[in-house]
Design a protein. Sequence first.
Length: 338
Amino acid sequence: QQPFLSVRDLKVHFSTEDGIVKAVDGLSFDIARGQTLGIVGESGSGKSVTNLTILGLHDPARTRIDGEILLDGQELLTASERTLEKLRGNKMSMIFQDALASLSPYHTIGTQIAEVYRKHTGASKKEARARAIEMLTRVGIPQPDVRVDDYPHQFSGGMRQRAMIAMALVCDPELLIADEPTTALDVTVQAQIMDLLKDLQQEFGTAIIFITHDLGVIADIADDVLVMYGGRCVERGTKKQVLGNPQHPYTLGLLNSMPALDGPVDVPLSPIPGSPPSLLNPPTGCRFHPRCAFAEKVAGGKCSSAQPVLEVIDGRGSACHLETSQRDALFADYAATA
Ligand code: SF4
Ligand code: MG
């Protein structure tokens, strides 16, 4: 069976005054219907760029895109702007960290949700308003038939985030891209929004790409996980595989820099030393080598000269020169001392 969304060898390069920024540099993944793929990485790892590319939101004059993106069998990279317009909001939609950026301050919440619905369904104003109230009810806005006439500034941050979710889901999209949608919220509201997304996914069977820098969020929501570093995927697998048995030093580092999911919160954490790579001049060889605690364990300076290949078998793989046996021993030691 064909995956619902399939991304093949995607490359997204931007022309800037300083040179070519290789924001995404050879990325492949699939998602099935109703599944959640968590994409995790630091800022600048290419996760947001990947998803804006799926939605077709880059300036074509300054962006060079190669590869293939198939949504339900349809190629998106060669699709016309008209086709993409039809797909956006309808078959695929997106929620962001900042609801204020996707809601207009000049129109009521209800009007904005209704407009998206009318654009894609041709419904009457009356039908669309009823639909907006229905969606606000579904995302848990109290008194939806009254609040539908509020402006975004009359909503709290958490309510705006819910309204944005209502707007994203108003046309029953089959793919929802969620880019750090809870990062700006306090922990309680964050948990409520995560629960809401899970419920809505159950109800609508939506496939979700969940982008985050937070492995705790991944642990909560993802089925499969893709770890990005410097525009590439360095590790992928099921959530259990990636979080329970990481195979890449970067993933191991991320896990060590977050509180244990079920452990005490006050254990000292060890952030990964160094900073994310330049995408103008990425490090040679393995892009992680300047920060990797294990680079010198690989013979012949291979880490700084040869780029490791991501080999994926049954959805599981990592891109690292360490031998499997060597890695198991080194990671066990690392865990013991960290
Ligand atoms: Fe570290 Fe080398 Fe593996 Fe890269 S290839 S993650 S530098 S050990
Ligand atoms: Mg981002």
